[in-house]
Design a protein around this ligand. Structure first.
Ligand code: ADP
Ligand code: MG
Length: 605
């Protein structure tokens, strides 16, 4: 092929690929334009996750009739004149790429009226071609409608996710901006249904509450820290909310950071937040946070990437340390004052419990009072589904007489008969078998037992759910709510029935019977957490993953003191588990030391 300069249209489409990846990126750019135009109200509507239609209206400055057309030209911007302006840029946009990019890959209708002019302008553009322009009567401000996104770039279209997933991405963009701009009223309507509204009264707490849902918000701690300029370091302020350690997630996607009002995805800043929880969170668990970072504009380079989602700091360390210190102080400060924080999603009051798992190591006499042995296991039926109990032969010494589980036929043994000797550290069961000593992780073993029972019942299509007696509602963030809706079928299949009860609130009707002793809202929250984090396709089906999670919750915890009978029952059932050696998550359930090994260790052999 000969060398040729690409036609403008093709250049625009290629460039659009960088700015507009999916409906949510269109929404992001349009919201940023509305905010730059000084809007006090921004309303977003999408149909079919934004594939069919995205409409963003604002009451901002509007564009004069003389300039409306120009706004859609490539690299046309009112926000930047020279490269020096980049140093002090105060607006979210500056590249002049969004409108032209969006218009080159969709059908756009645009209505705008400058607040100083009496008439507005109407434009219609398809695939970058201006088809119509005329004056129109309109209120001051701008409304842009984007239809048939990616109609002329089928490759992009193919990469879009399921409609519900795109809806969720859009919801998370809108709620994020609502948090960063609490003085602006945001409304999000998806497929004709209002799913989010902030009040625009300027209170960050209001906006964060709306965006995260009440149940999460109750566990958020306020952050406000400032480092003055010194030793050549810039002044940095960080404020917002971060989660109490009890509220955490399996992925870091819930750490939202704004730098001077710009949403950024900066892994080192996110890491600063995570670092602040050092030793407070288990490995692989991450906090939720909404943090606003303020720094002089010339200290940050915003022109790193077309989506403007990355920034560079002149002094990254100053920012990093302020964020880390601010979050750490807030979290530690709240832990020092145990005057009743609201509990996770339950609404009950309890004092912080983190660090407790390690307490018995350092304070062996204290752990008894801390670990109230509230045992979900009843003496004669460890790990059975409550409500599906069977009469059991408790007198018999023959372990074969104890039924394995609900309705399950007796199974072949997979372990030898074990005699329970006792418990170590409220965590491990010591048992003796014909060939030596067994150390059993009580939590992992119980998880395994419950998992197999659950899977059996699930496969036999037995009723595995149980009605929740008192109405429990769970109030979620809009994106969490969309995820729940997306997975309704799977949830029902494993025993959770949820009913919509307001835009982002659900009434919990049933839970898996095995969880009937736990807080239904907490159980749903835990499942949701797993679903949110689940972006890597594993070998396990989503049902299996949820069931494994349910069993983890229902199993006895490390730290629970068990009676001899409870331990015996647990061991009896483990002896007949199909895979007694690992828990459903793949960790070992038991360690075996043979008689010979022991003899060797003691120098007897
Ligand atoms: P940028 O935001 O980087 O300047 P855009 O392509 O997003 O580039 O927008 C081009 C120009 O159109 C902006 O600089 C602004 O002057 C004008 N504009 C876009 N959207 C709006 C809006 N909602 N209200 C007022 N002016 C707007
Ligand atoms: Mg813009």
């Amino acid at each position: 092929m000969s060398i040729q300069v690409l036609p403008e249209q093709v250049v625009a489409q290629i460039a659009a690929g960088e700015v507009v990846e999916r409906p949510a990126s269109v929404v992001k750019e349009l919201i940023e334009n509305a905010l730059d135009a000084g809007a006090t109200a921004v309303s977003v509507r999408t149909d079919a996750g934004g594939r069919k239609l995205i409409r963003v209206s604002d009451d901002g400055s509007g564009i004069s009739s003389a300039e409306a057309e120009l706004a859609f030209a490539r690299h046309a911007t009112s926000k930047l004149r020279s490269v020096h302006d980049l140093e002090v840029i105060q607006t979210l946009g500056f590249r002049g790429e969004a409108l032209s990019s969006i218009a080159s890959v969709s059908h756009v209708t645009f209505t705008t009226r400058h607040h100083d002019e009496a008439v507005g302008t109407y434009l219609r553009i398809e695939g970058g071609n201006l088809l119509e322009t005329r004056p129109i009567g309109a209120p001051p401000g701008t409304t842009i409608t984007v239809e048939n996104l990616f109609f002329n770039t089928p490759a992009r279209l193919k990469f879009l996710k399921k409609e519900n997933t795109e809806k969720r991405y859009v919801a998370s963009i809108v709620t994020r901006y609502a948090m960063a701009y609490p003085q602006v009223r945001f409304i999000l309507e998806q497929d004709g249904r209002e799913v989010f509204r902030s009040n625009g009264r300027g209170q960050l707490a209001d906006a964060v509450l709306k965006a995260l849902g009440l149940d999460n918000f109750k566990q958020m701690i306020e952050v406000d820290a400032e480092d003055p300029a010194r030793d050549g370091r810039p002044a940095v302020r960080v404020y917002g909310y971060t989660s109490a350690p009890d509220l955490n997630r399996a992925d870091r996607g819930q750490i939202t950071l704004f730098v001077n009002g710009r949403w950024v995805q900066d892994s080192s800043l996110a890491y600063a937040v995570i670092q602040a929880y050092h030793t407070l969170l288990m490995n692989g668990r991450f906090p939720l946070a909404v943090l606003m970072i303020e720094i002089a504009p010339h200290e940050v380079d915003v022109n790193v990437h077309p989506t403007k989602a990355e920034v560079r700091f002149r002094d990254p360390h100053a920012v990093f340390s302020t964020v880390q210190r601010g979050v750490r102080e807030a979290v530690i400060g709240s832990a020092d004052a145990p005057q009743a924080r609201l509990g996770r999603r339950g609404g009950e009051i309890h004092s912080p419990s983190y660090g407790r798992n390690a307490a018995w190591l350092s304070a062996p006499r204290d752990y008894r009072s801390d670990f109230e042995p509230t045992l979900p296991l009843e003496m004669d039926d460890p790990g059975q589904f409550p409500g599906q109990r069977q009469s059991q032969d408790r007198d018999s010494d023959d372990p074969n007489a104890i039924p394995y589980g609900p309705g399950a036929p007796d199974r072949p043994r997979t372990l030898p008969v074990l005699r329970v000797v006792g418990q170590v550290g409220a965590m491990y069961i010591v048992a003796e078998g014909p060939s030596g000593m067994y150390l059993v992780d009580q939590h992992a073993a119980h998880e395994r037992i419950l998992y197999e029972q659950f899977m059996d019942a699930f496969e036999r299509q037995e009723k595995i759910s149980q009605h929740v007696l008192m109405g429990h509602t769970i109030d979620l963030s809009p994106d969490e709510a969309r995820l729940i809706e997306e997975k309704f079928d799977v949830l029902i299949a494993v025993g959770f029935t949820l009913e919509p009860f307001g835009p982002n609130t659900f009434m919990i009707r049933t839970v898996p019977a095995v969880l009937s002793d736990s807080d239904p809202a907490e159980a749903v929250a835990a499942i949701l957490d797993d679903l949110m984090a689940d972006n890597q396709p594993g070998q396990l089906s989503i049902e299996d993953k949820i069931i494994a999670q349910v069993c983890r919750r229902a199993a006895v915890k490390a730290g629970q003191i068990l009676s001899i009978e409870q331990m015996q029952n647990l061991i009896r059932q483990l002896e007949r588990a199909r895979n007694p050696h690992t828990c459903p998550h793949g960790r070992p359930t038991l360690l075996h030391m043979s008689g010979e090994q022991l003899a060797r260790e003691f120098g007897r052999a």
